[in-house]
Write a protein that binds this ligand. Sequence first.
Ligand code: UDP
Length: 417
Amino acid sequence: MLTSVPFGLRKIEDYSQVVGEQLISELKKKAETLKGLKVLNISSTAFGGGVAELLYTTAPLMVNLGLDVKWQVINGYEDFFTITKNIHNGLQGMDFVLTEQMIKMYEERNKSFAENLEDEADIIIVHDPQPMAMSSFIIPKKRKKAKWIWRAHVDLSSPQQEVVDYVSKFIPYYDAVIVTLPKYSEPFKNINKPYFIAPTIDPLSIKNKDLSKSATEEIIDRLEIDKNRPIMCQVSRFDPWKDPFGVIDTYRLVKKEIKDLQLLMVASMAVDDPEGWHYFEKTARYAGVDPSINFFSNVTGVGNVEVNAIQRASDVVIQKSKREGFGLVVSEAMWKFKPVVGTKVGGITLQIKDSENGFLIETTEEAAKKVKFLIENKEKAKEMGKKAHIYVKDNFLTPRLLNDWLDIFTELSEVTG
Ligand code: UDP
């Protein structure tokens, strides 16, 4: 019912070249009192989406800092993930009725995750709503030993209250709750002391590390993308929240004036996301036969290094999400000196400072105007791109997140009982 995820090795020292020696020695110092602390992460998938992306970096770095970190994923099966996707959608504000039957299956599966939890841990971090209920099924003796943290990555700015009320019943089984923005905790009436922590990107991962111009071009050529024509791209799962139709509409408006524009839509398919394939098909149909719209995915060999090259080769990166918990892709593109045109929602507003390091937009027409502006004003785009890079460097790189985690672990370890 729970499967361990291997996550390789990372060295914290390597990060001093990016964030400086001081932060790294502070991290090492903080970690000293936490040596051997057993931390277990539980999430729903080891592949696709922001949570997996975060854990592949933070877990090995915490191990390198001396903590005993594990990561397990739940095996929920498709019918379960369909329900949890609905819960996720309800939390992001979509209309949906949670039936008694759905609740029964959700809780039964969570009960068996709890029964199959073998590891003795000091801290258990449960990511997102899928495994959230399991903590309520842990026998009290086991509960006493571990501190439970619920880390919600979703955009909770305007949820369906009934779904919030339902998941709220599991909050008392957690010692701490972490959300990305202060307003995300407001719909919950029973979170005593929420933590507000923004995710970060790994500057040294294959997806984000420096890539030379020639290496970028070699990949772009291999993918048969025309590097001599303007490129706009969105890298996101196929999901209504990421508004792929809106991306195509934006492209079509710009294309009226910039005739040689190409649109690249890159999406990885996650196993806890049965809607993904269905939505891909719908999007492809919406795109029609336009040869300047190209789809790429992990299934056709577009992995991390290709995403890296595509983001770097793009003239404009767009993120047209309707809701966004944080949106790692925004920081990923900004780190690569790209000003992003992003909707004024959720975590995107934390990253883009409008008209400084990118553009915050509300409508498709506005998005098209800004995309066109950036393609036609290369110098301005370059200047904004530099600011974007610096903003991410100062706020959204992995060592900052590790620092936040170590603080929380220290605080929870000091609380007894
Ligand atoms: N991603 C990827 N390939 C794709 C689509 C997405 O590697 O084809 C990655 C993306 O680079 C980012 C993560 O998946 O690291 C998505 O995280 P984000 O927070 O943007 O959105 P989520 O999918 O968690 O809603």
